[in-house]
Write a protein of this length. Structure first.
Length: 135
């Protein structure tokens, strides 16, 4: 019922998400079934957090077979997990906060990705160069 599309035969099979998951239709469906926005966003946040934590734990578990002994000495692996999970919580929260500034989810996804790319590479490289020059 919700997944039907007038253009179903002219589009790619996996491209139904742009019709079904548009923010207006999603808000209408949530209101229609009586779901509060807080419950929806909290559930989405928890799902995103779990999808972040699982690969993080796998990464830390792979440190032993890869022979990275530094992170296994004196419980440093626990600190590494704490830092990575804290980073994930902050990143997911910041992404949610920034996404509320946009009406279109696709535009938000692209813009936030560009922001993270610029801040994570250009600004971080600039700061690293300043630190190298001052020391």
């Amino acid at each position: 019922f919700f997944f039907s599309s007038r253009r179903r035969h002219t589009r790619l099979q996996g491209d139904w998400s742009s019709d079904v998951c548009s923010s207006d239709l999603l808000r209408h469906m949530l209101h229609f079934i009586g779901m509060k926005p807080t419950a929806y966003y909290l559930g989405s946040y928890m799902a995103d957090l779990i999808l972040y934590i699982v690969p993080t734990l796998i990464l830390v578990a792979l440190l032993e077979p890869l022979g990275v002994k530094y992170y296994l000495i004196n419980g440093a692996w626990a600190k590494l997990i704490a830092v990575l999970v804290s980073f994930g919580m902050c990143l997911i929260s910041l992404t949610y906060m920034l996404s509320f500034m946009y009406d279109n989810a696709n535009r938000a996804f692209r813009s936030i990705g560009v922001i993270y790319l610029l801040v994570g590479t250009v600004v971080a490289n600039f700061i690293a160069n300043i630190i190298v020059l001052t020391t």
